[in-house]
Design a protein around this ligand. Structure first.
Ligand code: GRF
Length: 195
């Protein structure tokens, strides 16, 4: 049984989708939900699902990323994860951290990478006049929002869309894509998922 740790910063809707997908006949189980924000709603939702939770507040570390990551590493390593899923995790990780988990850390990003790495992806797609948008699950490397693509889901940009309506349409697909990618990934299958 593969052990999956999920890192969140906010509501954790992707975490919920991943955790639900691992109930029943699945080669993996969630063993920890970890956040940089002790008040993250995702922690409450995970606890309500019976998943162990932990939080390391990044604010006291005042930009000392290495020190924050050393503290984050403690509960994470204690859970002995085989795979780490970043799911709405909003802190940039240093090569020291990403290198430690190279080849077994995934992230979901709300754009069709390599377009729009970074923030405000939906507004940038709208500003560019794109007729299509979506989300990407990729392996995490030391380069932000880069790394081998493991799956993508596409949605139409509709007339009258704003960043919120587009984000909502993409988020629905995130909750389908990430569980589909994770299932293949923990089975050793790297065939990209295309939705
Ligand atoms: C989602 O759009 C995800 O792609 C981005 O953070 C947003 C919120 O994710 N990384 P969640 O609801 O906290 O999973």
């Amino acid at each position: 049984m593969k052990r999956v740790a999920i890192l969140v910063s906010g509501g954790g809707s992707n975490m919920v989708a991943l955790a639900r997908s691992m109930e029943g006949d699945h080669p993996a189980r969630p063993v920890l939900v970890l956040s940089n924000d002790p008040a993250a709603k995702g922690l409450e939702r995970a606890a309500a699902m019976g998943i162990p939770v932990a939080a390391v507040d990044h604010r006291p570390f005042k930009g000392d990323r290495a020190a924050f990551e050393a503290a984050l590493m403690e509960p994470l390593l204690a859970a002995e994860p085989d795979v780490i899923c970043l799911a709405g995790f909003m802190r940039i990780l240093t090569p020291g951290f990403t290198g430690r988990f190279a080849g077994r850390m995934l992230n979901i990003h709300p754009s069709l990478l390599p377009k729009y790495p970074g923030l405000h992806t939906h507004q940038r797609a709208l500003d560019a006049g794109d007729t299509e948008a979506g989300c990407t699950v990729h392996e995490v490397t030391e380069v932000l929002d880069d790394g081998p693509i493991l799956g993508q889901a596409r949605v139409p940009v509709l007339p009258g869309d704003d960043a919120d309506t587009l984000a909502a349409r993409v988020l629905v697909q995130e909750h389908v894509l990430y569980p589909a990618v994770l299932r293949r990934y923990v089975s050793g299958d790297r065939t990209p998922v295309s939705l």
